[in-house]
Design a protein around this ligand. Sequence first.
Ligand code: BEZ
Length: 304
Amino acid sequence: MELRHLRYFVAVAEERNFTRAAARLHIAQPPLSRQIQQLEQDLGVALIEKGSRPLRLTEAGQFFLAHAKPLLDQVRDLKAMTQRVGQLERTLAIGFVASTLYGQLPEIVRRYRERHPEVEVTLHEMTTVEQLAALKDGRIDVGFGRLKSEDASIRRILLREERMVVALPLNHRLALRAGGVRLTELVNERLLVYPKAPRPSFADQVLGIFGAANLAPGQVTEVRELQIAMGLVAAGQGLSIVPESVQGMHHGNVVYRALEDKHAFSPILFSVRHMDRSPELEAMLATVYAVYDDLHIPHEKESL
Ligand code: BEZ
């Protein structure tokens, strides 16, 4: 059994159709069918129920799929990790969601560069979902994101839970009074959520806090990114719920108010490839905790 048999079988099982699987693998269908037959002969058991449309897996097929996928993930990680170990120059490619730029990200990166001038650091803005793909492809080494999505090949460390606040136009009635705002006061407002794609995203986290409080915002407009949402709030087009660090943006014509809801928190997560324990990452995690401690920011603490 070769690795390609695993890759071919996973594609067929996920697509539940030989034609689509062949297209996904960029091969013709007859060789794909032959490879799956070879695999079944080699194992001596049927993996796919004969004549099923859409295609169904046998019990053995389901077992094989469940174990083949993590194996393929490990092979992909092994490739990215070996390339990393073999690099002569030490590099650290960081993926980050835009809102972290207004939080501690600049200070963390500045401090990291100061302490580790031998490491070439690069920064890449991307959503949390994009970070997962970029980690797997080896385009980034660490992602700072906000979604707790499950993926067996990624290790996530929760850094802290950040409060959410509401960003209001300067002359909005809720901005004219002091004090916090409750979610019930926002259901009839036009809510600007971001990013529109890819999903799930911070937009779903914001809608989720309404759902958790048994509320449904009446008017929701999805926008491409944080900066667009903030520009539209400044223009009086609606309001937006954002992590509290976004207040550091100091947007003219925008007022921030605390959100008084027990669910109104957004996690900040440190995501890496499961097997990656490189010294650059250890040092990055240590730098994050050092900045938190110096600024008295409450946080979780885990090691790599
Ligand atoms: C933070 O604001 O807590 C943070 C932002 C980016 C990376 C790590 C932490």
